[in-house]
Design a protein around this ligand. Sequence first.
Ligand SMILES: Nc1ncnc2c1ncn2[C@@H]1O[C@H](COP(=O)(O)OP(=O)(O)OP(=O)(O)O)[C@@H](O)[C@H]1O
Length: 356
Amino acid sequence: MARVTLDHIRHAYGPNPKSEKDYALKEVHHEWNDGGAYALLGPSGCGKTSLLNIISGLIQPSEGRILFDGQDVTNLPTQQRNIAQVFQFPVIYDTMTVYDNLAFPLRNRGVAEADVDRRVREILEMIDLSGWAKRRARGLTADQKQKISLGRGLVRSDVNAILFDEPLTVIDPHMKWVLRSQLKRLHKQFGFTMVYVTHDQTEALTFADKVVVMYDGEIVQIGTPAELFERPSHTFVGYFIGSPGMNFMPAKVEGNTVRVGEHALTLDYAPKTSSAAKVELGIRPEFIRIGREGMPVTVSKVEDIGRQKIVRAQFAGQPIAIVVPEDEEIPADPRVTFEPSGISIYADSWRAGREA
Ligand SMILES: Nc1ncnc2c1ncn2[C@@H]1O[C@H](COP(=O)(O)OP(=O)(O)OP(=O)(O)O)[C@@H](O)[C@H]1O
């Protein structure tokens, strides 16, 4: 498996890009660890597939280089990059048996038949198709065919990376969960470098050890699920990760005091914001406490979501969401406090650091 270096990559589909908006992928400059499991997460059109296709060699970036273990592969075609790919829809040979489909990538490379057999049996078990080994792929369900595609992606252990493009779209919800957990287990066991495209946050957060959040052609944050939850670098991450997403409200910062409407909160640091920036306070619904003390709110609605409730309320003229345990009593004259560690300050959408 390989370390993947994305060296100042930019991509425009049209000729002669002039401004930022002409680029489907703006500057991407990162190094992904050998053996890392990365999920590319973001809404439709944010550039996930473009980036994956640049890694696989299906498209050549307009600018920048891509390196596997320090070796420049920018101009190599897909076949010479030694990668495995799993697409959204099954890519298998209908006339071959399930077993032969899985054996194909190994036999193609001249792997000894005893090793082929051992590996194929392991994979058959993992995708729960051991009983189907001798059946021809034709006539299997879309779900089963996609499991074979996944198996083919995982069967070789000598590839630089395994790339997945929304591979679980056609899989039924229960099986999705099973396969996701198995992918994670396999990753731990074999240390594959995996890049997994999805627009489903649950899929990304359960699969990956690093989630790469993309928005409008840019990587806005690479982090562990906990980092994305606790310290979103960009308002988009706050909004996109979590259900409901982070609350944002216009704010003013003076030293370590932040003002929201008529309320003043004291932080244990002075956020770095310029006077011209659009400043917002961000706090996740899980970090707001509701009770008899603090700042007044008007509750408009309470939604029951099982073991928790979502309280929708108005605070300083802004709609906010608060997550509370299901048995929590909401007083007649409700007030809120914000957990200081859960507060982030954003200046022009980016999380403000500490004043030096
Ligand atoms: N072949 C192409 N020619 C021109 N523009 C393209 C092409 N492929 C993608 N784009 C544009 O590039 C941008 C990024 O698209 P991309 O498919 O990479 O996004 P995505 O995040 O994978 O979206 P989705 O989840 O819908 O697949 C979009 O604005 C899209 O319209």
